[in-house]
Design a protein around this ligand. Structure first.
Ligand code: 5GP
Length: 198
């Protein structure tokens, strides 16, 4: 029988150069693990083919983005290429408070802001491609981002994505271990007291 104690949720931030397989890994993790949900970011970029408003992003205009930014409604925000991206604060806070975890697909700038502001609840993972050839091949149809790779050393965990299945298993292992950290097991003290009949 599984015994579930109250726990403080965590934020799992995944970053990588585009084309390294981050979204595939994120999708597989979300399918496999019922205790983590994706944070839906706001962006000023237009939707791509197949993207759905409210599921992939909240596609909003620049005016609303700036208004939200000034109103402190983003947990972090950044300009990536020519567009703005931000993580809405409210939904993340609600999820963490309910003892569930949040998956964030954000760039290095956003990760740096979270490191400064919410370090205790944050776990960061950087995904690298196994070779530049592989990355370049995948990038042929995607936007280039040279900067991202320079920041790998700022992350807690570094993953070489040689094989998607193995990478998903590893991210799951990171998540499982981080959930077991004492500080996140906020129901443990009461449990131990009950265990000892106090
Ligand atoms: P794309 O436009 O290809 O969906 O995303 C471009 C980049 O923006 C990716 O590296 C992605 O991780 C990042 N990104 C997406 N949403 C956010 C966000 O809310 N905050 C930050 N800082 N980066 C984001």
């Amino acid at each position: 029988m599984e015994l579930t104690l109250p726990r403080q949720g965590l934020m799992l931030a995944l970053s990588s150069p585009s084309g390294a397989g981050k979204s595939t890994i994120a999708r597989a993790l979300l399918e496999r693990d019922p205790h983590i949900t994706m944070s839906v970011s706001c962006t000023t970029r237009p939707p791509r083919l197949g993207e759905m408003d409210g599921r992939d992003y909240h596609f909003i205009g620049i005016d609303l983005f700036l208004e939200m930014m000034e109103g402190g409604q983003f947990l972090e925000h950044a300009r990536v290429f020519d567009n703005f991206y931000g993580t809405p604060r409210g939904p993340v806070g609600d999820t963490l408070a309910s003892g569930r975890d949040v998956l964030l697909d954000i760039d290095w700038q956003g990760t740096q802001q979270l490191c400064l502001n919410v370090r205790a609840d944050l776990v960061t993972v950087f995904i690298l491609p196994p070779s530049m050839e592989e990355l370049e091949q995948r990038l042929r149809t995607r936007a280039q981002d040279g900067d991202e790779m320079d920041h790998w050393f700022e992350y807690d965990y570094i993953l070489l994505n040689t094989e998607v299945e193995r990478s998903v298993t590893r991210v799951q292992a990171i998540l499982d271990s981080e959930r077991l950290k004492r500080d996140r097991q906020i129901g443990m003290a009461a449990f131990v007291n009950r265990l000892r009949g106090r």
